[in-house]
Design a protein around this ligand. Structure first.
Ligand SMILES: Cc1cc2nc3c(=O)[nH]c(=O)nc-3n(C[C@H](O)[C@H](O)[C@H](O)COP(=O)(O)OP(=O)(O)OC[C@H]3O[C@@H](n4cnc5c(N)ncnc54)[C@H](O)[C@@H]3O)c2cc1C
Length: 394
């Protein structure tokens, strides 16, 4: 494989044209954090966009480079709101193209729904600026096609949200509290105001078994701390942290990390199952983790805002993602087994193990039927088909 680091849109365009001339398939990398793609074959040209890292403000929007991480993008966006990915290191490029289940999704919605234009090198080697007026079909693919996207996006234009203050508090519970906590969350979560995000992290813990941490993050223009008072209604005993306050998402992300060892494999499912079912199953899985820093994230799905067409599918209210922080094959096996144990409503193209789940199975019935035709319309010669034989494969 030839990896080509590109600094400008013109360089990306030249790389795509050269790949076409040499009849070699093209693969694209922004942050490199999609852990479910598998190894490659067939001598593709890999275009690395990590150096496309500019942010340019335009009124209530910003043009953002795909090579930024969540944390770097949040920092450059200042106090403007945008639902960037939860993990600070995740690349903006792959995240936005996958649809984007990010911070404050209850109020800010899915990230992909806020992509209003892109600068893109299309498979014919042209560099275009595209929006819903000029090319609605391509924009529909920008919003959710993920690794299937046929082209290289060199800049995304994002609709920003108003500034908010952020307050965050965690409560950690022992493994044997998982069922009781789950029952309470089944009542609490649907009743939460849109700006109060509840996530549950599970980790192996020490001798006394896995730990379950409920993290509540409140986003509010004036009084984020007040929204956290809802946690006071929980009766399951746990250990709360102090409340932390932040002036922007960038300030919050600067305090987070995906752990001392980065994850090397993941798998995800959307589920309708109640927390009371899900949390005890996950605790059981974490009694035999592949490494001490294994983690599971249970998050609420974003609300869908706007009426722009997209292929991003949210089939259930809860996302469960298992992350193995070891490159050993047992990590991937564990993620697969953990997710398979849960009732599934489908998978998210951004976090599914695509060696196990077919990429098309990450979409709803309507999108599954129309996607092949939409992809072929943009890329009739198949230069950007990394999920088919010849591209990424497990
Ligand atoms: C620890 C962790 C936490 C995560 N948390 C979240 C989360 O909170 N919410 C969420 O929605 N997702 C989350 N994800 C999933 C993540 O958003 C996706 O895996 C996403 O694809 C990663 O983007 P990337 O740019 O880093 O990946 P890459 O591996 O660089 O890209 C993945 C694929 O997307 C395509 N692609 C990427 N950039 C471009 C581009 N500019 N133009 C054309 N095609 C491109 C390519 O096909 C590429 O192979 C998480 C992943 C991890 C590992």
């Amino acid at each position: 494989m030839t990896t080509q680091h590109r600094r400008t849109a013109a360089e990306v365009q030249a790389a795509v044209r050269a790949a076409r001339r040499d009849r070699r398939p093209v693969l694209v990398r922004s942050g490199g954090w999609h852990l479910g793609l598998g190894p490659l074959r067939d001598e593709p040209v890999s275009i690395d966009l990590r150096e496309l890292r500019d942010v340019t403000r335009e009124g209530a929007t910003a043009w953002v480079g795909p090579g930024l991480s969540s944390a770097a993008a949040a920092s450059l966006l200042g106090d403007s709101g945008f639902p960037l990915g939860h993990a600070p290191e995740v690349g903006v490029g792959g995240y936005l193209l996958s649809g984007g289940n990010g911070w404050n999704g209850g109020a800010w919605g899915a990230a992909g729904d806020r992509v209003v234009a892109v600068e893109v090198v299309t498979p014919d080697g042209e560099l275009r600026v595209v929006d819903d007026g000029s090319d609605p079909g391509l924009m529909t693919l920008v919003r959710g096609a993920g690794p299937l996207f046929p082209g290289v996006v060199t800049r995304f234009r994002l609709a920003l949200a108003d500034p908010v203050r952020i307050a965050r508090q965690g409560i950690t519970f022992p493994a044997d509290a998982a069922a009781a906590l789950g029952e309470e969350l089944d009542q609490l979560a649907p009743a939460c105001p849109p700006g109060l995000e509840l996530t549950v992290f599970l980790r192996p813990g020490e001798a006394d078994g896995p730990r379950v941490t409920l993290a509540a993050t409140a986003f509010d223009a004036t009084d984020a701390e007040e929204q956290l008072s809802l946690l006071g209604t929980l009766t399951t005993p746990g250990e709360p942290t102090a409340v932390s306050s932040f002036s922007s998402l960038g300030a919050l992300l600067a305090t987070l990390s995906s752990g001392p060892v980065p994850p090397a494999a993941f798998h995800q499912t959307w589920t309708h199952a109640p927390y009371a079912t899900t949390l005890p199953l996950l605790v059981d899985a974490l009694r035999a983790p592949p490494s001490a820093v294994t983690s599971v994230l249970v998050a609420r799905a974003p609300v869908r805002t706007g009426d722009l067409d997209s292929v991003y599918t949210v089939p259930a209210p809860v996302s469960v993602a298992a992350y193995a922080h070891t490159p050993h094959p047992t990590g991937r096996t564990w993620c697969r087994a953990t997710i398979r144990a849960l009732p599934t409503a489908g998978h998210f193209i951004g976090e599914a193990d695509l060696g196990l789940v077919s990429p098309l199975d990450c979409f709803g019935t309507v999108d599954r039927a129309r996607l092949p035709g939409m992809l072929a319309a943009v890329d009739p010669d198949g230069w950007f088909r990394p999920m088919e034989p010849g591209g990424h494969r497990a």
